[in-house]
Design a protein around this ligand. Structure first.
Ligand SMILES: Nc1ncnc2c1ncn2[C@@H]1O[C@H](COP(=O)(O)OP(=O)(O)OP(=O)(O)O)[C@@H](O)[C@H]1O
Length: 576
């Protein structure tokens, strides 16, 4: 049962236990609220029998105090069991989602956009928070306590019990019938919300390009449409839910009328006494309140399914697994007949075979879209190859835990990601236990001093979100400093010096040549002069290895590499 609950509501084991406790607490609270009705029944029966005997007054006083104490205790228990446990579980859920996201392969992120994932972690979790603190325990609490009360009503008078209770299954059936409609409306509302969040995020990220292309007005018109679509979808969804819930609540109200009607008829033919009639009227006045709320909650619990499904999509996604002990002999990287596609049917790499030897620089070159970045992604197991094998020091990387594998790599990406922190801490990402002196040494090697010393607080200067206060070249130097600090045996450089001016590029190239000594180096480069000194060139065109060999050998052939070198040599003389 616990496992089923966990799956159904995307809960931890403790969360599932707490949910059961919360429901139980709501049952107790609802039953405690029924005690005054029983006390009132006894009091009225005494009054009708000629007055309350003086010996019974302490009993009624004690009864009142007991009722108050019970209501207080059960409410306190209910509050703790639902609210407190819910917020603890909410924290656990967000952490487990974040932990899962950390372990998911990049292929997952390629298919999901950021706004969607953010909305799952923030908005869906918030919705579930409300569901578990209010909707679900109250719904189950109301159903269970009403069932208990209903059973006892049948002992009193089955005819009156039927008159009071027939409305409950009918009204619940009306809301239950709306499940499909609500699911559809909920999904459409969610899609509209995600499209809108996506649009807002894209607008903020691209504001510079929109302004420079005078495209702001048109873009904002599109965004307005998305915002209006959310509004429209919310109203339709609300209306759809309300139509069913309000109809069901109206049916529920009929219960009091049928109790009054059937009670009067039975009273007239003498088969019901006034006291029982009074009891049923009293119970009916209390019985439907939790049911009214339960109907509302049932509708909300139905829409919980959309949010849980989105969360389970992340939680159930297979993670890349593997051995966490590294048994590589050296760090030669060997691609053997590797084939890959991001999307089914669109081949990106086909039968790619080459060896990047330890102690050598292997350069990947070729026309744009040829598959260079894809090769580096597969080499670091950001994605898994569909065909063939990739080995590092003889280990098949598809069988190695990605985190363990990446401890062998220093990677410098084309697009550098920086954190809103100091330069020092941004470099320390390379090795979190590095001392300040080691970080500063790596920074010096990557020529970061040149710009850091001009900043107001030097290396302790905050660099803004994603390093927005730095130039492209400065950002890239921080990324190179991280690689120096990590000092791993395999180095992947994806256009690592592309944003540097000639002076800095020369300085960093000489520092890089110190870093890469005796390491396996895979360089992606567009500028042929940066790879002229490589030990091996692998030319990738249309996802296949078009040529491979030493640069001077390839220059002698009349192939793609020679053509690229010639074209770039000609372009060097161009002027605007
Ligand atoms: N995340 C992705 N999802 C789907 N297709 C992708 C993805 N990344 C790249 N591609 C496609 O894979 C092919 C190879 O891209 P890749 O980035 O590896 O080429 P590249 O040689 O590095 O290009 P460039 O020199 O322009 O950076 C391209 O057709 C590209 O559109």
């Amino acid at each position: 049962m616990l496992t089923k609950l966990q799956k159904k509501f995307a809960l931890s084991r403790q969360g599932a236990k707490d949910l059961i406790k919360g429901c139980l607490a709501c049952v107790l609270q609802n039953l405690a609220l029924m005690f005054p009705v029983g006390l009132l029944y006894l009091l009225v029966s005494d009054l009708m029998a000629g007055g309350v005997p003086s010996g019974k007054i302490p009993f009624y006083i004690a009864g009142c105090i007991l009722c108050l104490a019970l209501i207080f205790l059960t409410t306190w228990f209910q509050y703790n069991a639902t609210y407190f446990a819910t917020y603890v579980e909410s924290g656990v859920r967000r952490i487990s989602l974040a932990e899962k996201l950390r372990k998911l392969p990049l292929s997952f992120f390629g298919k999901k956009d950021l706004a969607d994932l953010t909305s799952t972690i923030m908005a869906d979790c918030t919705f579930l928070e409300q569901s578990f603190s209010h909707f679900i325990p109250e719904l189950f609490g109301a159903i269970l306590s009403t069932t208990l009360v209903a059973i006892s009503l049948f002992f009193f008078d089955w005819r009156m019990a039927l008159a009071a209770l027939w409305v409950i299954p009918v009204s619940f059936a009306i809301v239950a019938l709306s499940i499909k409609v609500q699911d559809r409306l909920g999904q459409k509302q969610m899609d509209a919300k995600i499209a809108c969040a996506d649009g807002i995020q894209e607008c903020l990220e691209t504001v510079r390009d929109l302004k420079s292309n005078n495209a702001e007005e048109n873009y904002l018109k599109g965004l307005d449409k998305k915002i209006k679509a959310v509004e429209k979808r919310a109203i339709i969804s609300e209306f759809g839910t309300a139509a069913f819930v309000v109809s069901a609540q109206l049916i529920l109200k009929l219960g009091i009328a049928t109790v009054a009607l059937v009670g009067s008829l039975l009273l007239m033919d003498g088969s019901l006494n006034v006291l029982s009639f009074f009891l049923f009227l009293l119970v009916a006045s209390r019985l439907y309140d939790p049911m009214q709320a339960a109907l509302q909650n049932l509708a909300a619990v139905i829409s919980t399914r959309t949010h849980v499904a989105r969360m389970n999509e992340i939680l159930d996604h297979p993670v890349q697994e593997g051995d966490s002990s590294l048994r590589n002999k050296g760090c030669d990287m060997v691609f053997t007949h590797v084939g890959f596609s991001y999307n089914d049917g669109e081949t990106v790499l086909q039968d790619v075979s080459f060896t990047a030897k330890q102690g050598e620089v292997t350069a990947l070159v070729g026309p744009s879209g040829g598959g260079k970045t894809t090769v580096s992604r597969l080499a670091s197991r950001f994605w898994d190859a569909d065909k063939g094998t990739i080995t590092v020091g003889g280990m098949d990387i598809s069988k190695i835990d990605p985190e363990a594998l990446l401890s062998l790599y220093s990677i410098v990406f084309q697009d550098v990601t920086l954190f809103n922190n100091t330069i020092l801490e941004n470099i320390r990402i390379g090795r979190k236990d590095a001392s300040d002196a080691e970080v500063l040494q790596a920074a010096e090697l990557a020529n970061c001093n040149e710009f850091a010393e001009k900043l107001p607080k030097g290396f302790d200067t905050l660099i803004g979100e994603n390093g927005c206060e730095l130039s492209g070249g400065e950002r890239q130097r921080i990324s190179i400093a991280r690689a120096f600090l990590k000092n791993a045996p395999i180095i992947l450089l994806d256009e690592a010096t592309a944003s540097l001016d000639v002076e800095n590029e020369t300085l960093i190239q000489s520092a890089l040549s110190r870093l890469i000594a005796n390491k396996t180096v895979l360089v992606i480069a567009h500028r042929m002069r940066t790879v002229a000194g490589a030990d091996q060139i692998v030319v990738l065109a249309d996802g296949k290895v078009a040529e491979q060999g030493r640069p001077e050998t390839l220059l002698e052939q009349n192939g793609v590499y020679r053509h690229m070198v010639e074209v770039q040599a000609r372009s060097a003389t161009w002027t605007i």
